[in-house]
Design a protein around this ligand. Sequence first.
Ligand code: HEM
Ligand SMILES: *[C@@H]1O[C@H](CO)[C@@H](O)[C@H](O)[C@H]1NC(C)=O
Ligand SMILES: *[C@@H]1O[C@H](CO)[C@@H](O)[C@H](O)[C@H]1NC(C)=O
Ligand SMILES: *[C@@H]1O[C@H](CO)[C@@H](O)[C@H](O)[C@H]1NC(C)=O
Ligand SMILES: *[C@@H]1O[C@H](CO)[C@@H](O)[C@H](O)[C@H]1NC(C)=O
Ligand SMILES: *[C@@H]1O[C@H](CO)[C@@H](O)[C@H](O)[C@H]1NC(C)=O
Ligand SMILES: *[C@@H]1O[C@H](CO)[C@@H](O)[C@H](O)[C@H]1NC(C)=O
Length: 536
Amino acid sequence: MNILLSVSILLVVLTQNVRGSHRSDILTINNEDNATSQLFDYRESHPDAQLLTISTGQPVYLSDTNSLDTNLLSNAFLIDSIFHAVNARIPAREVFPKGTGGFGYFEVTNNVTKYTKAKLFEKIGKQTPVVARVATSQILSGGNDLRTLAARGLSVKFYTEEGNLDLLGIGTPVYFYRDPLLFRELFHALSRNPKTDVTDPTASMDFIILNPIALHTFLWAFSDFGLPRGYRHLNSFPIHTFQLYNKDGESSFVRFKFLSSLGYKSFSLKEAAAISGFDTDFFNRDFYNAIEQKKYPTWNLEMDVWLGCIDQTDFDLFDPTRIWPNGTYETVPIGRVVLNRTVTNHFAQIEQAAFNPVNLVPGIRHPPGKLFQIRVLAYTLAQRNRLGVNSDKIEVNCPLYANNYNRDGQPPVGDNGGDAPSYYPNSFNGPEPYYDPARPKKDLVIKEESVVHLEDSRRFYNEVLCDTQKQRLVDLMAMTFLRVNGTLQERFIELLQKVDSDLAKRYRRTLERLNRTVNLPDLVEEINPLNPNPFQ
Ligand code: HEM
Ligand SMILES: *[C@@H]1O[C@H](CO)[C@@H](O)[C@H](O)[C@H]1NC(C)=O
Ligand SMILES: *[C@@H]1O[C@H](CO)[C@@H](O)[C@H](O)[C@H]1NC(C)=O
Ligand SMILES: *[C@@H]1O[C@H](CO)[C@@H](O)[C@H](O)[C@H]1NC(C)=O
Ligand SMILES: *[C@@H]1O[C@H](CO)[C@@H](O)[C@H](O)[C@H]1NC(C)=O
Ligand SMILES: *[C@@H]1O[C@H](CO)[C@@H](O)[C@H](O)[C@H]1NC(C)=O
Ligand SMILES: *[C@@H]1O[C@H](CO)[C@@H](O)[C@H](O)[C@H]1NC(C)=O
């Protein structure tokens, strides 16, 4: 049936503009690097130095800034600086650890009140402040932004008058699996080998062979869609199917998407190799400079709205591994996210930002399905560990209004509820819940099956990619897996064969071609023969 249903409009939108291999300003090193002039900018706006103190406010005496020939323990400046510096680490995010971000606003551009009563969407022109983080999975702080075979994400926290709305999205419109049990397995298979501490293509390939459900998303990640030309070009998909309801209690089922206003563009492997050679922070630098130069990163927020009746369909609209077939939905624009302010402090405002899919507002219900349910727990637990039990009281995470019966815990505690009653219910006018007859009475329960749809991979390969894009996908795949030993390769090729015989044939041919190449720079030269070198 699905062959006729064909690929979505979404893909058509995505494939426009997919490659920009022409010479581009972002690849030119010039003086317009605001990231490198930040210290000069600071001095410019602070013509006079201020008084230096230690953490507890006492002024630092000049001779204490040299500890030689002094009594160590009477030098409070020395004690304060050393014992702060050696305790400055907190746990990194387990996934997507390296990233950057900025502040800005969301503006409604289309009337969507017939779908949702969420106040942030209530009228055209309404603005809501946001913080956003863009990040790459699999690389730690200090890692190479241009790593291939990593997911990239855009997460947006909307500070609405009904609490924070967090939409976390990744760069592929599908996710690797629907059973959350695969989370650890995929994460480990893509991470460093526990003995060698080296990333291990053998493990990655083995994972795909044994979990072919993940192949569809892997093909997206190996393709031009896996390596955006900087975060500003990333499209971002929150993946799950959300239930919206309006003021009359009518529900719709939607998938959100953030589409870059610049259009999606990718890097070739050769460009990526050249850039990584001199700037592993390229994505972060490009993002920072763009905002400082008022080329504000902007995403159009849209949603695909499922058209049919949800219990009379042979397509599972909640399946995160699959793209909705053409004809089953309409696309509705909502508004745009504009980031117009860089952070003043990365650690305070981005490292400490806590995006959590549980943060939804009235008018948007939790998506059904195990994947979402486990995420609710996972992010909450991870953030307790990373930032403490009061992570929501850290400034960047603070909602516009919060009032509840939680008290105490690891700082920051804010006013800790002040003198209000600390238990609920109470007879003393402590905060009370709201009631809304429009809210769906019951959570939707869905049945999820383990079936693998290899036709999705086939359709991606044949209907989304053009010939040169197919070859680039196969080039990167072959290069990634070049070192994997024979028996696994054969099983992998068998899997590709089940998807498409051209895919399998091309992969084998490319592998054999690369197998003869031993010199890495030559190999990068040889890859992407169809793509002109932008540095020439
Ligand atoms: C079993 C499924 C999943 C688990 C257990 C999981 C777990 C996590 C955890 C623990 C973090 C770090 C949170 C923090 O410390 O602040 C994280 C970050 C993230 N996850 Fe997931 N995740 C899952 C699925 C997904 C899916 C389906 C998406 C796609 C939308 C996604 C997108 C992201 C993004 C974009 C971030 C980075 C957020 C940031 O920039 O702070 N994850 N995930
Ligand atoms: C999707 O369907 C629309 C009309 O329903 C059609 O115009 C469009 O060409 C179709 N797209 C694909 C990729 O088949
Ligand atoms: C960023 O760099 C551009 C080009 O050098 C410069 O014109 C602009 O003033 C800088 N912006 C800031 C905020 O420093
Ligand atoms: C928005 O749409 C709703 C329902 O479709 C309609 O009742 C309302 O008048 C519209 N609002 C504006 C400002 O056009
Ligand atoms: C960003 O946009 C908002 C909303 O238009 C505006 O209030 C704010 O001043 C802008 N910030 C900067 C730094 O331009
Ligand atoms: C590759 O696999 C074959 C067959 O299992 C095995 O005999 C051979 O030793 C392996 N080579 C390496 C380098 O592990
Ligand atoms: C790669 O070369 C080695 C050694 O010449 C050979 O054993 C192996 O089968 C080749 N692999 C492929 C996929 O051609």
